[in-house]
Ligand binder design. Structure first.
Ligand code: C2E
Ligand code: MG
Ligand code: MG
Length: 490
């Protein structure tokens, strides 16, 4: 048996078959191992690609991501050192209004469309990214600033005509803040974008402009903005926003017609009032204007209610509503509820909307005007003639008052033409059943001219500057008491 076991032939045979089996097993294991390796490698590459894609493309909007923009821009600027570059921040304006009109889906559709426009219009040495809300970042190269501006105008024109809204007679408006990159400053893309954002948010930036370039003064401006933003809430709690009243004069009756409530910001340390131009554009930008507009309405109603209760003379009062406030879903409900709370009779209050509030779509404002009217509050078109949509407002909206911008009484190139324009706009307003009020009347000559033109109501420094609430109460007592006396004398 031993011989059998140690028989070399047997040993070789068994070991050969054993080795053969081992070899097969090893090859098999090797194959499995290689397959696993391939699979793991594939998975890793696939995941990396997927992650890269996720980092590159925003899954919701389909636009390039902000993170991709930051990384890719640095690369592009580095690889193309001879190119002059500009970093721009684009904001799609009034998206919330569009959402209100056409439903929330429109928000995403607009964002997607803006992304597609960039994908079509940018060349491979440029890029963009969707930041969030209604903001995009763009890297553009240019030779001359005019050429850059023309390109931005073209981008705007295409976005403006977003087909889905164009068929509904509406448009998408965008605004750009721009920083021209100076390589010697060695700013990161993020720093450049911050400066573009500063230009976009600058308080001196009219909402109707298309672009604004960054300059060093804006840096200082932005510090001031930060200071204002820090103070605004506490100022509201401390009643540091004060309502002034500017009486309007009735040329026919030769007495007060009504008044406009105008807000001022009181600084208790410096004992001075700041005019709305110093803070309203910023509040419209950061949304605080809604709180402020609501806040202003309370003292107006309180004053009216007190005077009614005490049987003191009173005149109708108008208040201003920003386009941002008017865009709030419960805009009308708020104003009607406060009116009800103070039990203010109908036709004593008017809300002034600037031309820009209508911003090419009238449906939402038309409803607001109708609902306010049903609740006993009138509406007025403020600064008529200062924008470019003036006549459409008259065509589309039934407002109670037309307030003519100062433009109509400032001398132009020819006095005769000035008169023709003034006379016809006054007639037009009256024909449409509106009370026509001329703003900014500063002299007796202007008063006479307006009287001749058939204007009934004027507002301006000539009759009265905006005055404090106490002074306004005294003004009402004096003006309307005299009126009563005059009536008794007759
Ligand atoms: P606005 O509603 O057109 O108000 C008239 C502005 O013209 C007021 O400026 C007023 O003081 C000024 N003004 C009146 N008469 C004359 C005049 O004879 N000559 C000149 N040069 N100016 C005159 P103010 O008070 O600085 O207000 C500026 C704008 O700020 C207002 O224009 C209005 O759009 C806005 N505003 C004021 N208060 C509020 C508010 O509570 N909420 C909102 N959203 N905006 C407000
Ligand atoms: Mg006004
Ligand atoms: Mg005005």
């Amino acid at each position: 048996m031993i011989v059998e076991i140690y028989n070399p032939a047997v040993i070789y045979r068994t070991s050969y078959s054993f080795m053969g089996q081992m070899e097969g097993a090893l090859i098999f294991l090797g194959l499995i191992f290689i397959t696993i390796l391939f699979y793991l490698n594939y998975q890793r590459t696939h995941l990396r690609d997927k992650k890269e894609l996720e980092e590159q493309i925003d899954s919701v909007s389909g636009c390039l991501t902000y993170r991709y923009f930051l990384n890719h821009s640095e690369e592009l600027v580095e690889k193309n050192p001879t190119n002059r570059y500009a970093v721009a921040m684009l904001r799609v304006n009034y998206l919330q209004y569009l959402g209100q009109l056409y439903g929330d889906e429109i928000f995403l559709k607009v964002i997607r469309f803006v992304g597609e426009v960039f994908e079509k219009l940018l060349d491979p040495t440029e890029t963009y990214g969707y930041i969030s809300d209604s903001n995009f970042a763009v890297l553009l190269h240019y030779q001359e600033e005019v050429e850059l501006m023309n390109r931005l105008r073209m981008i705007h024109a295409i976005i403006y005509n977003f087909p889905e809204l164009k068929t509904k007679n509406n448009h998408v408006k965008v605004t750009f803040g721009i920083y021209l990159v100076r390589p010697e400053e060695k700013y990161s893309t993020l720093q450049c974008l911050e400066k573009a954002g500063m230009a976009l948010r600058s308080t001196t930036f009219s909402v109707d402009s298309l672009f604004r370039f960054y300059n060093d003064e804006l840096g200082a401006d932005s510090n001031r903005q930060a200071e204002i933003e820090l103070k605004m809430e506490t100022s509201l709690q401390n009643d540091e926003f004060k309502v002034f009243y500017q009486p309007k004069y009735n040329l026919k009756k030769d007495t007060i017609d009504s008044a406009e409530a105008l807000v001022r910001w009181y600084d208790p340390e410096k004992h001075r009032y700041y005019p709305p131009a110093d803070f309203i554009p910023l509040f419209e930008e950061n949304g605080f204007i809604v709180k402020l507009d609501h806040y202003v309405f309370e003292p107006v109603c309180r004053l009216a209610a007190d005077r009614i209760k005490n049987k003191q003379p009173l005149a109708p009062i108008s208040i201003n509503a920003s386009r941002v406030t008017a865009g709030e879903p419960d805009f009308v409900r708020y104003y009607l509820s406060v009116k009800r709370k103070y039990d203010i009779p109908n036709n004593l209050l008017t809300i002034e909307f600037t031309e820009s509030t209508a911003m090419d779509n009238y449906e939402s404002l038309r409803k607001i005007v109708a609902d306010l009217k049903a609740g006993g509050i009138g509406s007025s078109v403020d600064d008529f003639g200062s924008g470019f949509s003036s006549y459409s407002i008259l065509k589309e909206l039934k407002m109670d008052e037309l307030k003519l911008d100062r433009f109509f009484i400032t001398p132009g190139i020819d006095a005769e033409r000035d008169d023709a324009l003034l006379n016809s706009v006054i007639k037009l307003g009256q024909k449409l059943g509106m009370k026509v009020t001329q703003e900014g009347v500063e002299s007796v000559e202007m008063m006479d001219r307006l009287r001749r033109a058939g204007c009934n109501t004027v507002q301006g420094y000539y009759y009265s500057r905006p005055i404090t609430q106490d002074d306004f109460a005294a003004f009402l007592n004096k003006e309307l008491a005299t009126e009563k006396d005059a009536e008794t004398d007759k």
